[in-house]
Design a binder for this molecule. Structure first.
Ligand SMILES: O=C(O)CCC(=O)C(=O)O
Length: 263
């Protein structure tokens, strides 16, 4: 059995609420009204922070992934950010798109060259079902300002997009087979298109960082807006008033190889 099938089955169990995962963030597409709520995968557009689910977390420790991750991070590897994305069929409002962004916007740790994302297609992904789209070469640039895009149909929570990027920059549509993995730099400008099929496009991903990375203070930087938003969400979720942005990362991060030296 392909390991993707195994992750899919666990995802379905979580959606049916048969498995409870501490700290898991279950997100729904803005186009799915509360009244339509059904406890299955149709209601869930993304699972975030599955580090406490041993079945899904197996993904983060796969030797065939860590082998490549180590080229970027070195031997001390932390899994910092985990996601299973279930891009729904677009309900006509284009809300299934993911705006163009740089992942580093979300991360209060550096250096960026020691952070890498692994993104694995859980089924064939192509332009029809909203594969990743990247602007090649942009990982050599700097972190830009992000905010919620002004989209008519609404935008999903925490889906910040780049305020300005060159719309004429060459684009690459990353079409992949089931089980293929792409590794990318946190400054790479990327997003994903609308899902124009009737199926749910699934991918599982993890952002890794060297445990030798260090936290930065985002106050007064372009990341202050996301820092405040994450602090507010974490405060509500864990019932604490004052939680520092960097601490929300320190307690979600898990060592997957080597030693936890700094992060
Ligand atoms: O899987 C996708 O559609 C895009 C995911 C992504 O870029 C992200 O969550 O940062």
């Amino acid at each position: 059995m392909c390991i993707c099938t195994f992750f899919r089955q666990e995802f379905e169990r979580i959606c049916r609420q048969e498995v409870k995962v501490p700290g898991l963030l279950v997100m729904r597409d803005v186009a799915i009204a509360k009244s339509e709520f059904v406890p299955d995968e149709r209601a869930v557009s993304k699972l975030q922070d599955f580090q406490e689910n041993p079945e899904l977390f197996r993904y983060c420790a796969l030797p065939q992934i860590l082998k490549y991750v180590e080229c970027f991070t070195g031997p001390n590897i932390m899994a910092m950010h985990t996601m299973l994305i279930n891009k729904p069929p677009d309900a006509g409002k284009k809300t299934s798109r993911h705006p163009m962004h740089q992942d580093l916007h979300y991360f209060p740790f550096r250096p960026s060259d020691h952070i890498v994302c692994a993104w694995t297609a859980m089924e064939k992904v192509n332009r029809q079902n909203g594969c990743l789209v990247v602007l090649p070469g942009t990982h050599k640039g700097t972190l830009q300002e992000h905010d919620y895009p002004d989209w008519e149909g609404g935008v999903n929570k925490m889906y910040h997009g780049l305020r300005d990027y060159d719309p004429n920059h060459p684009r690459m549509y990353v079409e992949m087979e089931k089980g293929d993995t792409v590794f990318f730099h946190p400054l790479l400008i990327h997003g994903s298109g609308m899902n124009q099929t009737q199926g749910f496009r699934k991918a599982i991903s993890c952002h890794y960082a060297s445990s030798d990375c260090y936290y930065i203070d985002v106050k007064g930087t372009t990341q202050e807006n996301i820092g405040n938003e994450v602090q507010e969400i974490a405060g509500k979720k864990y019932g604490i008033n004052e939680v520092a942005f960097k601490d929300t990362w320190a307690f979600r991060g898990r060592l997957v190889q080597g030693e936890r030296t700094s992060l």
